[in-house]
Design a protein around this ligand. Structure first.
Ligand SMILES: NC(=O)c1ccc[n+]([C@@H]2O[C@H](COP(=O)([O-])OP(=O)(O)OC[C@H]3O[C@@H](n4cnc5c(N)ncnc54)[C@H](OP(=O)(O)O)[C@@H]3O)[C@@H](O)[C@H]2O)c1
Length: 230
């Protein structure tokens, strides 16, 4: 397949690009920062902002599917990245006749998501930190999901939990609407997206993804995701 990966130079996007190439797919890496992408057979690079209609349309032309890992960090400011890129990408796909879309969202989009046994997360971290600090980001993710649900495309909303870095694909669980677990390794998120592209088990619905085999070091996670990324 020829796959357009949006956010290809981001932490999940790089796993997705590497795994897709290793799986024999052609990849169009769509990014604002092409500099550090290593040229490889099967890889084409398209420089585009995901909210630029003409650039996105040109980048996804001829693709069989679009996989988006576009995202931004949370803060007090209003966030529009998710909904704006979803609006542009879905319109571009409709115009160019590309039917299959997988977009990374979050398990937080399921209001009933409460990971089993995760008392500290459910009662302290989630209400006090994630939902408060992530309020504007999650509001825009919700708008993104609404935009995508309103299209005729074959979409899948891919919902991970807290992302962490692990070098290889491990064991992970997928489940409709959301998945029961606090963490998702980026390598597993990428693997789950590529598997869903092949299998089509969650077309026009949401797929939760959580890692079951390994757990992150929480102090390192808070440093990497909350401090270093800012
Ligand atoms: N962190 C978590 O715990 C968590 C939990 C659930 C879901 N998620 C979601 O998972 C996804 C992947 O997260 P991640 O941490 O691996 O990646 P990330 O750090 O959020 O980066 C995603 C990529 O999006 C790109 N991007 C942002 N705005 C763009 C725009 N206007 N045009 C083109 N590209 C744009 C960035 O490109 P540049 O490199 O050009 O800036 C970056 O490469 C995101 O959607 C995130 O919201 C994260």
């Amino acid at each position: 397949m020829r796959i357009a990966v949006l956010g290809a130079n981001g932490p999940t996007g790089r796993h997705l690009t590497d795994q897709a190439l290793a799986g024999g797919h052609e990849v169009v890496a769509v990014t604002r920062r092409p500099g550090s992408l290593t040229p490889r057979p099967g890889l084409a690079v398209a420089v585009a902002d995901a909210t630029d209609q003409a650039a996105v349309e040109a980048a996804i032309d001829g693709a069989d599917a679009v996989l988006s890992t576009v995202g931004t960090t949370f803060g007090k400011q209003t966030v529009t990245t998710y909904s704006a890129s979803a609006t542009v990408v879905t319109a571009a796909m409709a115009r160019r006749g590309v039917g299959r879309l997988l977009v990374v969202s979050s398990n937080m989009m399921d209001p009933h998501w409460r990971p089993t046994g995760a008392h500290f997360f459910n009662h302290v971290l989630d209400p006090l930190v994630a939902r408060r600090l992530g309020r504007t980001l999650h509001a825009d993710m919700r708008r993104m999901e609404d935009v995508i649900r309103g299209t005729d495309l074959d979409w899948t909303l891919v919902r991970p939990s807290g992302l962490f870095d692990h070098p290889v694909v491990t064991d992970y669980l997928t489940s409709e609407t959301s998945a029961d677990g606090v963490f998702t390794a980026r390598a597993d998120l990428a693997a789950a997206m590529l598997r869903e592209l092949e299998e089509g088990r969650y077309v026009r619905t949401a797929m939760g993804v959580v890692t079951t085999a390994v757990k992150p070091n929480v102090v390192k996670l808070i440093w990497n995701e909350g401090v270093k990324k800012k």
